[in-house]
Design a protein around this ligand. Structure first.
Ligand SMILES: O=C(O)CCC(=O)C(=O)O
Ligand SMILES: [Fe+2]
Length: 315
């Protein structure tokens, strides 16, 4: 039927040429995606919108980027929290990351490239932008399906997509030494609306399901993990789960893990649609500006919070 349930996480096949709005496989997948996002907050997508060449290029681009001297990488300073350079942190010694804001737009990809390579690196700029655009198309499809599955109108998903901006993050995890922690990225929820992850051949992602069980995400080669962030949970009036997740590496592993992650953010207020509110489902969250959720997250109360949406915008 176009989608199969692997041991734990749903795998959705977006490569099916018959997957068109209105078809029976489309309606089945709309429903499957909603159930997966409500139960686990994520699913695995088989998607051929990123060509094998582009997949290869984006990991070569990652090599090139992380090989830059640290003095260059720390220039990736972005006003929005968690958008810029992260690394050299004693509590997460294996991890390093850089971010390109507005990555689907030429000016976003170009200004990041110019900052890292003052003498130019057109292939990096092009690869990052083309990869972001290709993955953003998958994001658009998931948004359309999720809205449709909840009975919302096409104009609502169109307006959501029109107001979405994308952050592309290149994430690196070096293999741990024998005496080092294997915790490569601590448990957290994403602050995005949706996150789409693409990894090289080294796994390590674990997701906490609603029943508190940690699920190791083994995704088929060349696939993508689609995950809901806190903004999606808020928008859905608490129907969708924004799962806790973390990255753990193996002492036996010797190779570097790369993840290329596309995070979506809303440029208009995040607001629960009226359709999600009734006597049985009272409104749980006030409307908010997406960037304010990020800004709250870096305050002392935000960091301490066990339930960030309740503390930030709960009713
Ligand atoms: O590397 C991964 O698989 C996950 C990265 C992640 O969770 C994040 O950057 O928010
Ligand atoms: Fe994350």
């Amino acid at each position: 039927m176009g989608s199969i349930t692997f041991p734990k996480l749903l795998v959705v096949d977006f490569t099916n040429a018959n997957l068109k709005p209105g078809s029976s496989s489309w309606s089945t997948i709309c429903n499957d995606i909603r159930v997966a996002l409500e139960n686990h907050g994520c699913f695995i997508a088989l998607y051929d919108g990123v060509s094998p060449n582009l997949q290869e290029s984006v990991f070569l681009a990652a090599d090139e980027l992380f090989d830059l001297p640290i003095e260059m990488k720390i220039k990736n300073i972005v006003e929005k929290p968690y958008h810029g350079y992260v690394g050299q942190m004693p509590i997460v010694p294996l991890h390093e990351g850089l971010g390109i804001d507005y990555a689907t737009e030429l000016k976003g990809a170009q200004s990041f490239t110019d900052l890292m390579w003052p003498n130019g690196n057109q292939s990096f700029c092009e690869t990052s932008m083309l990869f972001s655009r290709a993955v953003a198309k998958l994001d658009h499809m998931v948004v359309k399906m999720l809205f449709e599955s909840y009975g919302l109108e096409k104009k609502d998903s169109d307006s959501h997509i029109d107001s979405t901006t994308y952050l592309l993050r290149y994430l690196k995890y070096r293999a741990p030494e024998m005496n080092e922690t294997t915790m490569a990225f601590p448990s957290h929820t994403d602050k995005s609306f949706l996150t789409i992850l693409h990894q090289n051949h080294i796994s390590g992602l674990e997701i906490k399901a609603r029943n508190e069980e940690w699920i190791t995400v083994e995704f088929p080669p060349k696939s993508f993990v689609v995950m809901a962030g806190d903004a999606c949970k808020a928008w859905s009036n608490n129907r969708v789960l924004s799962p806790n997740h973390k990255v753990t590496l193996d002492h036996k592993g010797k190779e570097t893990r790369y993840t290329i992650a596309l995070f979506s953010f809303l440029a208009k207020p995040v607001k629960v649609p009226d359709e999600f509110v009734d006597a049985e489902h009272p409104l749980q969250f006030k409307p908010f500006d997406h960037v304010d959720l990020l800004n709250f997250y870096i305050t002392e109360n935000g960091r301490k919070s066990q339930d960030i949406l309740k503390d930030f915008c709960g009713i």
